[in-house]
Design a protein around this ligand. Sequence first.
Ligand SMILES: Nc1ncnc2c1ncn2[C@@H]1O[C@H](COP(=O)(O)OP(=O)(O)OP(=O)(O)O)[C@@H](O)[C@H]1O
Ligand SMILES: [Mg+2]
Length: 227
Amino acid sequence: MQKYFRHPLPLPSHLAKGHWLLSDCQCIKSERSHERLKREKLLTSTRSDALPLGLREHSFNNFKVSELNREAYETCQAFMRNFAKVQQGEGLLLLGRSGTGKTHLASSIANGLKDKHTVAFAYVPILLEKMRTSNVNLDELLSADLLILDDIGSERETGWTMERMLIIVDGRLTNLKPTVFTTNYDLNDLDKRLGMRVASRILGHNLAVVLKGLDYRLNRQRGKNPN
Ligand SMILES: Nc1ncnc2c1ncn2[C@@H]1O[C@H](COP(=O)(O)OP(=O)(O)OP(=O)(O)O)[C@@H](O)[C@H]1O
Ligand SMILES: [Mg+2]
């Protein structure tokens, strides 16, 4: 049986928007492998050039500020500016719906600090996958001056994943190293997704900042002003 699904890329002009294509379309295949490679690079080392390629351009300068995200923007910028003074394990928890700019702001902080500090970035579902299948340099994650844990809670939740997260979150606190977390989940749902022990540590040691607004990705694609 052949499967059809909506084409995710801009279509050649002879095809109508929303045209449904076969799943073995060549450009979809190559886009998929490109996306996979990009994802695999998301767990980075702490070298200064090591932020994932797709996130290296993110900065406070190319973040569009509106009334809906101003508070989050300013909090993240202040965190970056005061980083040298406040390295006591106190970090940020960026919450909000998809496409509101959480990863953009977290990587802006990382990009702003990476020349003077060791910064590690991990997309949590990939990090956990790597921990399951290969050796991950835990020391590097626990000792980096700043660690970004992107998309916590979106991983498949099992006792094993919760335990791994606890090792990382607790290890960071023990080393007095701050972490910036991003998540799609509400504050109230974090303990269900991550377990009480991880959620308690994250909520107790990080400033929670909510990003409001529309999905920037979708609205940009539709040519609308996202904010
Ligand atoms: N205020 C903004 N100004 C400029 N670009 C933005 C803004 N908000 C989001 N973007 C862009 O929109 C895209 C999606 O943003 P981002 O990845 O930060 O969203 P997210 O909140 O992390 O979403 P998700 O929860 O799905 O991971 C990125 O390309 C980002 O650079
Ligand atoms: Mg994100």
